[in-house]
Design a binder for this molecule. Structure first.
Ligand code: HEC
Length: 100
């Protein structure tokens, strides 16, 4: 999206923004039911603190929606908020290390 040197492609940035909105909006639905049939790093905390998990997902979707694809500069202003939203949820709800 903001690769140094490459020309800024607003259409592509718009597409990427929309994909990010779609995927972050889908997060809660994907985790609604705990799954035990697949290797996963999902923490059980997701289902013990479901409201908090959903709030984290909503926060990420909001940060994606607020991405401003007008220019490379405006995009670069918003991206850290989104990346932080991803990482905060992973810190809280994704297990590190090997799949169990
Ligand atoms: C609301 C919580 C939450 C948010 C927000 C979130 N993630 Fe995740 N993410 C998870 C959890 C939980 C897992 C572990 C899922 C598993 O292993 O079953 C995960 C796994 C991943 C993985 C590894 C997938 C794999 O196949 O192992 C990637 C890559 C990832 N997230 C990227 C992102 C990015 C990029 C964002 C932000 C745009 C994001 N995530 C936002 C909770 C979140």
């Amino acid at each position: 999206m903001t690769t140094g040197g490459a020309l800024f492609d607003r259409k592509q940035a718009d597409r990427d923004r929309r994909a990010l909105i779609r995927t972050t909006r889908a997060i809660s639905g994907l985790f609604r039911h705990p799954r035990t049939d697949a290797p996963s790093r999902a923490s059980h905390g997701i289902w013990h603190r479901w409201d908090e998990f959903r709030a984290r997902a909503k926060h990420a979707a909001r940060a994606a929606r607020h991405l401003d694809t007008q220019s490379r500069a405006t995009l670069q202003q918003g991206l850290p908020y989104l990346v932080r939203a991803c990482l905060q949820c992973h810190d809280q709800f994704r297990l590190n290390g090997h799949f169990k």
